[in-house]
Design a protein around this ligand. Structure first.
Ligand SMILES: *Cc1c(COP(=O)(O)O)cnc(C)c1O
Length: 498
């Protein structure tokens, strides 16, 4: 391919789209209204607008085309395979979307009197019931708005519990090296110092190294299970016993719950507290910054410190508790109103439509699909750890050794092939990581097509096509961006050139 730009700047039917402000065509309107009569400006208290407010003038077809084209630039789970590891990019059933749009749920106001929203409170209460049932933990904070927010909420409960029994000096939080970046960040935001625990050669937490770090200042441990290498922490019972023995609490990052839902009750593993990313495991749409939801389940020891609000069964029906209550010592509030209600509706619809057998099958199929990828790609790429994986397959860049191609180049070449890349360079415990999570919703045909493309690219890289890889992606509206510059000097505001 020559890479020559076209006359128009368009690439085939991918149209080079301007900002809507750059398309301003003064005088164009999308509606045809009669000229208004004289307006009594006095009644505006002197605040009437005198000039233009700077919105672009456009016709209806211009507006429709603009937003349609923008929507087509978006690659999502509805466009194709999205093997982004750690993100559980599964299909979002249309049934759940339909439920979330029911006017009786979608048109509520968060300040309506409670007696007029008993159905909505029942949605929150039923979802809370099922999340407690699936994890075996007795209490839940529904309001955190994301996984990271749930981590923070759980750690705040742990901190409050320590302070309440006069052990506020416990401020050291143990976090494995392979943890998602949000874990140390949440711990630091709660005022804990983060103490990393190394992994063993088999990708699991080093139990002896963890035990060596226990002491009277340890507040707890944050562990992801299955961990971010896609492996089940086989010594988790011993880990729980050790942290409890040292007077600490056991936080579990539940982002990978999709691998074990319906099969393992996290309470049975000795976990005190875990957030659940509804937007991952329970299939509500995510990406592009939101909205998600990170309800956090809590053990009996942490339950009194759960933040408000929460739903209880009262004499008049369901009640939303917004303040202190007998026996409870909420550490505060983490979110305006009640949490991400639209996400709750979708997650409950998903759970109800799947049923217990469906959820069990989903986790089984997710693990099967990941193992199919791992087994099929093991001779072309280099799997980081021996043995089967859970719901995601981790490879590293040893297969690219001496080819001049990096993990980044490889991912960019996949974009030209029509695939969203896998997660790259995470987790940090292996070199040049490629983390693939197919989820249960992909068919064998999709996986086989993807496997053929990845194998083909690996073959090309080994055959000495480094130049081609460095030039990828060639077919996208933009090619390689200066991501450092974009992060350091972002241009967030359009200014008129005249
Ligand atoms: C996604 C994820 C998180 C953070 O969840 P958000 O909802 O994105 O805040 C934390 N830990 C792991 C392992 C994750 O995959």
């Amino acid at each position: 391919m020559s890479g020559q730009p076209t006359l128009s700047g368009n690439r085939g039917l991918q149209i080079e789209e301007k900002l809507i402000f750059e398309m301003d065509n003064p005088g164009s309107v999308a509606v045809d209204l009669p000229e208004p009569g004289p307006i009594d400006l006095d009644r505006m208290g002197g605040v009437a607008r005198r000039g233009r407010i700077g919105l672009p003038d456009l016709s209806e077809p211009q507006v429709v085309r603009h937003f349609t084209r923008l929507s087509q630039k978006n690659y999502g789970i509805d466009s194709g395979f999205y093997p982004l590891g750690s993100c559980t990019m599964k299909h979002n059933p249309r049934l759940s979307e339909k439920m979330a749009r029911l006017p009786g749920l979608a048109d509520l106001h968060p300040l309506q009197p409670q007696k007029t929203v008993q159905g909505a409170l029942e949605v929150i209460d039923s979802l809370a019931f099922w999340l407690k049932e699936l994890t075996g933990l007795p209490a839940i904070a529904m309001s955190p708005a994301a996984g990271a927010h749930g981590e923070w909420c759980g750690l705040m409960a742990i901190r409050a519990a320590h302070e309440d029994r006069g052990e506020g000096h416990r401020r050291r939080m143990l976090v494995p090296e392979s943890a998602h970046g949000t874990n140390p960040a949440s711990a630091a935001m709660c005022g804990f110092t983060v103490d990393p625990i190394p992994a063993k050669d088999n990708g699991r937490v080093d139990l002896d190294a963890m035990k060596a770090k226990l002491g009277p200042d340890v507040a707890g441990l944050m562990l992801t299970n299955p961990n971010t290498c896609g492996l089940f922490e086989s010594e988790i019972i011993e880990i729980a016993a050790a942290i409890h023995g040292a007077g600490g609490y056991f936080y579990c990052d539940g982002a990978n719950f999709n691998a074990i839902v319906g099969r393992v009750r996290v309470a049975d593993l000795g976990i005190d507290c875990m957030h659940i990313n509804l937007h991952k495991t329970f299939s509500t749409p995510h990406g592009g910054g939101g909205p998600g939801a990170g309800p956090t389940v809590l053990s009996a020891a942490l339950a009194p410190y759960a933040p408000v609000p929460y739903v209880v069964h009262g004499p008049q029906g369901l009640e939303l508790v917004e303040g202190a209550r007998e026996g409870a010592k909420p550490f505060g509030r983490v979110k305006g109103f009640h949490g991400q209600f639209g996400v709750f509706v979708r997650a409950l619809a998903y759970i109800a439509s799947m049923g217990a057998d469906g959820l069990r099958q989903a986790s089984g199929d997710a693990v099967l699909n990941a193992n199919y990828l791992q087994a099929s790609l093991s001779d072309a790429l280099t799997a980081s750890f021996d043995g089967p994986c859970m719901h995601e397959a981790l490879f590293d860049d040893r297969f690219l050794k001496d080819t001049g191609v990096t993990t980044l180049d490889f991912a960019k070449a996949l974009i030209d092939e029509g695939y969203h890349p896998m997660t790259m360079y995470f987790p940090l415990v292996v070199h040049g990581a490629l983390l693939m999570e197919p989820t249960e919703t992909e068919s064998r045909e999709t996986l086989d097509q993807f496997i053929a493309v990845v194998k083909g690219l690996a073959g090309r890289a080994k055959a000495g096509a480094a130049e081609d890889f460095k030039a990828a992606p060639r077919l996208t509206p933009r090619r390689r961006l200066d991501e450092t510059l974009a992060a350091r000097a972002p241009v967030l505001r359009w200014k008129a050139s005249t």
